[in-house]
Design a protein around this ligand. Structure first.
Ligand code: PLP
Length: 429
């Protein structure tokens, strides 16, 4: 066995994951099989290009691996086409935008401070530097995406691309209305389903592929695969939509997307990660994954309810998916202070801007929480309500070290009953 200190650190991180309650909405725990595929000899192989069309020899086996991943992904989402090579969600988005936009083109995205993602036009991201981003947001009263605002901004700014999807938004998306708006102003419509992808795969939320010209996602959030991304196109969407190559010839969208991933954005694909994606997609195709998804949503609904019963302001008054944003301004604590006190109690959350926030992104007025990871551990609605009680205890008394110590002890004691890997099936309540 290697004595490299790195393996001691991996053990420490393993223990941290086992001991704590993981409520970061973008995280999950992969199966032993996904881990095994990721840590395999496939990492040794160069395979630039696509299955059957590679720039390197010896790709006959990884071709088959990538084809399994592609077929399973298509089956999960009823897709016509997929590229499983993007290294991450951000890479998938950059390739998608490279295919759809020219530098300086206008794109319409969801405001980062209302729940959108950095890659949807933030000024600190390539998307905000290369393109001309404009934004829509949520309605102040309802906390839901303001479709009138989407339509107004789209009519006024005439974006070439409209992006829906978010990192911190607890409601389902009205893709059909987004599509009407896109058609009216002549825009392409892209959905980024990075967060709810696992729930969409089982039909528990609307499928954006039915309405959007292209869809990007991560594979490691509710979909519970390895860290990575992909781009999908639904049935009957491989039309040029006026997209032209540099030489002015019209090309199908899927061809443009393939070449935007490689050679446009990336070099060699991570075939070990693609193998792990294939394994995770296989798991997601099984009926147990629907049971899991339903439990994720039942747990999130119970979590939102318990927070609200305790006087917390859950943005939009509940959740349709696995996650929610909590505005802490009525609790006299910032997002940063809440995150620090909760992490000290082994309850991991992240601070997050809330719509119309008055604090900076480093302080924030809220936290974001989600149930994908704890549901994989095996927690049910009663456990979730108990944990919200502990969160309330810590937040109400966050400067008191003995409160933090006592909650930490209860968390560790509870979680010792739930093994991290090799989970057993989740049974719905
Ligand atoms: C997480 C996320 C991403 C980025 O994924 P990475 O793998 O971290 O690059 C992109 N878009 C949305 C909406 C996300 O939530």
């Amino acid at each position: 066995m290697s004595k490299d200190i790195v393996f001691d650190l991996i053990q420490k991180e393993h223990d941290r994951q086992v001991n704590g309650v993981e409520l970061i909405a973008s995280e999950n725990f992969v199966s032993d099989d996904v881990l095994r595929a990721m840590g395999s000899v496939l990492t040794n192989k160069y395979a630039e290009g696509l299955p059957g069309k590679r720039y390197y020899g010896g790709c006959q086996v990884v071709d088959e691996v990538e084809d399994v991943a592609r077929e399973r992904a298509k089956q999960l989402y009823n897709a016509e086409w997929v590229n499983v090579q993007p290294h991450s969600g951000a890479s998938a988005n950059s390739a998608a935008m490279l295919a759809c936009l020219n530098p300086g083109d206008t794109m319409l995205g969801f405001d980062l401070s209302h729940g959108g993602h950095l890659t949807h036009g933030s000024p600190v991201n390539y998307s905000g530097k290369l393109y001309r981003p404009v934004f829509y947001g949520v309605n102040r009263e309802t906390g839901r995406v303001d479709m009138d605002m989407v339509r107004d901004v789209a009519r006024k700014e005439k974006p070439r691309l409209i992006v829906c999807g978010a990192s911190a938004y607890s409601r389902d998306w009205d893709y059909a209305t987004f599509r009407q708006i896109a058609d009216e102003v002549g825009a392409l419509l892209m959905a980024d389903m990075a967060h709810p992808a696992g729930l969409i795969a089982k039909g528990l939320l609307r499928n954006p592929l039915e309405h959007c010209h292209l869809v990007t996602t991560t594979t490691h959030k509710t979909l519970r695969g390895p860290r990575g991304g992909m781009i999908l196109v639904g049935k009957n969407f491989d039309n040029p939509w006026g997209l032209k190559t540099k030489k002015g010839t019209l090309r199908g969208m899927t061809g443009l997307l393939d070449s935007a991933v490689f050679p446009g954005m990336q070099g060699g694909p991570l075939e070990h990660v693609i193998a792990a994606k294939a394994v995770a997609f296989g798991e997601a195709l099984r009926p147990e994954f629907e049971t899991y998804g339903r439990q994720v949503m039942a747990n999130a609904a119970a979590m939102a309810d318990e927070f609200m019963q305790r006087g917390y302001h859950v943005i939009s008054g509940g959740t349709d998916n696995h996650s929610m944003l909590i505005d802490l301004r009525n609790k006299n604590i910032t997002g940063k202070e809440a995150e620090e006190a909760l992490v000290a109690s082994e309850i991991t959350v992240n601070k997050n801007m809330v719509p119309f926030d008055t604090q900076s992104p480093f302080v924030t007025s809220g936290i974001r929480v989600g149930t994908a990871a704890v549901t994989t551990r095996g927690l049910k609605v009663d456990d979730i309500r108990q944990i919200v009680g502990w969160i309330d205890e810590v937040i109400s008394d966050h400067t008191n070290p003995s409160t933090i110590a006592s909650v930490k002890e209860m968390v560790e004691e509870k979680m010792s009953a739930y093994p991290l890997f090799g989970w057993t099936e989740v049974v719905a309540e």
